[in-house]
Unconditional design. Structure first.
Length: 469
């Protein structure tokens, strides 16, 4: 590769890292106009199309890059991620394996593969992963990926103490920071900004659109499952985890007479601004759909629980679905997930526990203010009685029942979250009461969130959770 070509590719990548996707794409297209068989430009342009959610073009370009340069491990790894998102799971597994065969220390590819495969104790990958961890010399980020992979492997084979130690080390090495004090202050400010009297003052101020639907809750509480069920309905479009509400709250701060960030901007946000904010959100929302005429469009970013008051002021007819799950299962699942961004609180058990408490406190406040405008749906109820729970959900959404919502796993749509595998299968019970395997390790977290750890007792071959008193 010439120095001049390398410089141009690096320029494109700089644009890409800054999310300047149009500028990046222009650089790569210019290169390909001169050198159609340049593998890096094909691959990088494919990644741009992936970011733009044009998966057909992304796969075409990335597969071409692989044909041109099959020995590039990152080509295999990156296309595996796209395959996984669009449901081509066998192809994804094959490409993850190809990546680690080419690059034995490719920690991120090991983690990606581990998330897809159910391991047995005699799987040769067990020794490969532990050997890489023990070998030394890996940088912390790579070592973190290997530890998350090892945690998943040993959880699969039932060595729970060892699994937890790997997860603990993986989280530590990720070195993600989060200020519980700052978040708690934000929650306190939100509670102050939204009171019964303020809601009366803003009544009727927003848009009358009935399209926006928001699924909120803790990550790993069933938000992706509920979105998949709703998106299987002919009248619903599932837009995935959108960041549009973050833009809206920043805009609210700019429009407020107080010129402060959310939520302190809210008391001095004029009534007319709520309709403006609503129209801005609707324009952004339309850009995420396929152009169809839908009754509801779902934004399932779980952390929108912070903005429920603003949402229901902007959109009095919006639907808010709150997903809940056993708090210990929820927190354990968060701790075991190496989130790429946005969930920095989940990498430390104490920080995670305090975040959970603040989330729970705020959702109780919203429930007290808005009552039946928020529909709470339990993951455990969905698993126990799928049809009845689905019918109640659709009634709340004011949608007729459709059988496709029960067979949600047959719906062909891309899933970008950590639940990519679960929503492509019928409902199963294995994720319930998973915390029992880690009850000793979760004792401090349980104490902080006020959940009593109970003693599991085996009766006639079945585990029953009984009070230890």
């Amino acid at each position: 590769m010439s120095a001049e070509l390398k410089q141009r590719l690096e320029l494109g990548m700089q644009h890409q890292l800054k999310n300047q996707l149009d500028a990046a794409a222009a650089v790569y297209r210019e290169i390909l106009a001169e050198q159609p068989d340049q593998p890096d430009a094909n691959h990088l342009l494919g990644l741009v199309y992936s970011e733009l959610e044009d998966d057909v073009e992304a796969v075409r370009l990335m597969e071409r890059a692989l044909d041109l340069y099959p020995s590039a491990p990152h080509f295999h790894h990156n296309i595996a991620g796209v395959y996984r998102r669009i449901g081509r799971l066998e192809d994804a597994e094959r490409e993850f394996r190809a990546a680690i065969d080419l690059k034995p220390d490719y920690g991120e590819a090991y983690q990606g593969l581990a998330e897809m495969v159910k391991f047995s104790a005699d799987d040769p990958l067990v020794e490969r992963v532990t050997g890489m961890i023990e070998s030394g010399g890996l940088e912390n980020r790579t070592l973190s990926y290997f530890n998350f992979a090892a945690g998943k492997i040993f959880d699969d084979i039932g060595q729970f103490r060892r699994a937890f130690q790997y997860y603990l080390e993986g989280n530590r090495l990720a070195d993600r920071k989060f200020s519980s004090a700052d978040f708690r202050q934000q929650i306190k400010d939100t509670l102050y900004a939204y009171s019964p009297s303020s809601l009366r003052r803003w009544q009727g101020a927003g848009s009358d659109s009935r399209v926006p639907t928001f699924i909120v809750g803790m990550p790993r509480s069933g938000t992706t499952l509920v979105e998949q069920i709703l998106a299987s309905h002919s009248g619903v479009f599932g837009a995935g985890e959108l960041n549009d509400m973050k833009f809206i709250v920043r805009r609210a701060g700019q429009l407020s007479l107080a010129k402060q960030a959310y939520p302190n901007c809210i008391p001095q946000l004029q009534r007319i601004k709520y309709r403006q904010l609503g129209e801005t959100y609707l324009k952004r929302l339309a850009g995420h759909t396929d152009g169809g005429d839908y009754l509801r469009v779902v934004d399932k970013h779980p952390l929108n629980f912070q903005f429920v008051g603003l949402i229901l002021t902007m959109f009095p007819n919006a639907k808010i679905v709150h997903t809940v799950r056993n708090p210990l299962d929820t927190c354990l699942s968060c701790f075991f997930q190496n989130f790429t961004k946005g969930q920095d609180y989940s990498f430390d058990l104490t920080t995670l526990a305090h975040f959970y408490n603040d989330y729970h406190r705020l959702m109780e406040h919203w429930q007290s203010l808005f009552g039946e405008r928020i529909h709470t749906i339990s993951y455990d109820d969905m698993v126990s009685d799928q049809e009845a729970t689905t019918r109640r959900l659709l009634d709340f959404m004011e949608l007729p029942f459709e059988e496709a919502c029960i067979n949600f796993h047959e719906t062909d749509r891309k899933v970008s979250t950590a639940s990519f595998l679960q929503v492509r299968k019928p409902l199963y019970n294995s994720s319930r009461q998973r915390w029992v395997n880690y009850r000793r390790e979760l004792a401090e977290l349980a104490n902080i969130i006020g959940v009593r750890i109970e003693q599991p007792v085996t009766i006639s071959g079945q585990t029953s959770i009984l009070s230890s008193s």
